[in-house]
Design a protein around this ligand. Structure first.
Ligand SMILES: [Zn+2]
Length: 91
């Protein structure tokens, strides 16, 4: 038995573009997403993050690693500015 027509009931369409035809995918978009199950929809709770992800190596490029790097760089920038104001280092 075919599923009810998405167009008839106003279901949102997947916005992905086909590589072969260049046209829009047209499948029904998954709940809370703009793409269908063929074009990358995954439930957020199913996405593996951090050390659980199979491609995790050292964590320098993880979300936490990048956040940590930005905090350290902001601290270094602030200390450099302070040292210049106190005359400890020259510009
Ligand atoms: Zn699609």
């Amino acid at each position: 038995m075919p599923l009810p027509s998405g167009e008839k009931y106003g279901a949102r369409r997947c916005h992905a573009k086909s590589k072969s035809t260049g046209k829009q995918c047209g499948n029904a978009a998954c709940l809370g997403s703009t793409v269908c199950r063929y074009h990358g929809y995954r439930k957020p709770e199913k996405v593996l993050r951090g050390k659980q992800h199979p491609n995790y190596v050292h964590g320098e490029r993880s979300i936490e690693g990048i956040k940590r790097h930005r905090e350290v760089m902001a601290e270094i920038k602030m200390l450099t500015k302070l040292a210049k104001q106190l005359g400890m280092i020259k510009e």
